[in-house]
Design a protein around this ligand. Structure first.
Ligand SMILES: *[C@@H]1O[C@H](CO)[C@@H](O)[C@H](O)[C@H]1NC(C)=O
Length: 252
């Protein structure tokens, strides 16, 4: 559920031998450089030889040698493991190829990561089945991979949820809006959870059903106006009283 905090990239080599239009045999080779720390110190290099989705041979830099998983794989792994230049070649993948490419991706994507700002609001119903609609919006994040999840009493809800795509703002950042249609029940807690690679833990915003924000703002403005009015009226009254008590009444 969490966003990929582990960065990896793959180089894929795929060779196929067709025996007909629809079926065939596939041989593929996947190289993976996997790391999660910024200084790339925990880099692991994986090289897989795959036949029809089955791994035949795997090289894992932590293990430091080839491991065969089929009869042919075991046979070849043994030969390669006895060849110092093969093993040296694999080592240089870990020490040169992986850090070089990881650094490029790190600078282009990961270092520019900006976590989202999340806002939960109630929106007007557009003729749905449920009386209430909530909108969870995430703004100004990069890169665009994001996960928005609705929760009722801390349990994920999948139904009655519609979401936009991640929309580019045109200024490098993205925004996304997810809607939840629901029937309000008393005591039920509704939350929106947002996870993004720029966050160390997901943002969870609980819905406060007391009053929608524009209503709260109107009441706050009204109340401030009332208080101000009372102060001015009181000041005026005091001023008037002082003035009138200071006046000497001259009989006409
Ligand atoms: C590589 O080998 C190490 C040590 O056996 C293991 O912990 C790790 O999960 C392996 N990595 C992959 C991607 O298979």
């Amino acid at each position: 559920m969490s966003q990929p905090k582990v960065l990896s990239f793959h180089l894929m080599l795929m060779l196929s031998a067709f025996t007909g239009a629809a079926n065939g045999y596939y041989f593929s080779r996947w190289n993976k450089c996997i790391h999660s720390s910024r200084d790339l110190s925990d880099m692991v290099y994986i090289d897989n030889y795959i036949f029809n989705k089955d791994i035949v041979i795997e090289y894992n830099s932590t293990v430091g040698k080839f491991v065969g998983y089929t009869e042919l794989g075991v046979h070849n792994a043994q030969i390669w493991n006895n060849d110092p230049s093969q093993l040296q070649g694999m080592k240089s993948q870990l020490e040169v190829y992986c850090p070089h490419n990881a650094e490029i991706r790190q600078k282009a994507i990961a270092d520019k990561t900006v976590p989202p700002k999340v806002k939960l609001s109630s929106v007007k119903q557009a003729g749905g089945r449920h009386p209430a609609v909530l909108m969870c919006s995430a703004y100004r994040f990069y890169p665009h991979w994001i996960q928005v999840t609705w929760m009722k009493d801390n349990k994920p809800v999948k139904s009655d949820v519609t979401s936009t795509e991640e929309m580019p703002n045109g200024d490098w950042y993205y925004q996304i809006h997810s809607h939840l249609e629901y029937t309000p029940k008393s005591g039920e807690k509704i939350s929106c959870m947002v996870d993004h690679s720029g966050l160390t833990k997901p943002i969870i915003v609980d819905w406060d059903p007391s009053l929608p924000e524009p209503e709260r703002n109107k009441i706050a403005i009204g109340a401030s106006g009332l208080v101000l009015g009372i102060i001015i009226a009181a000041a005026g009254l005091i001023y008037y009283k002082k003035k009138s008590s200071g006046r000497i009444l001259v009989p006409s």
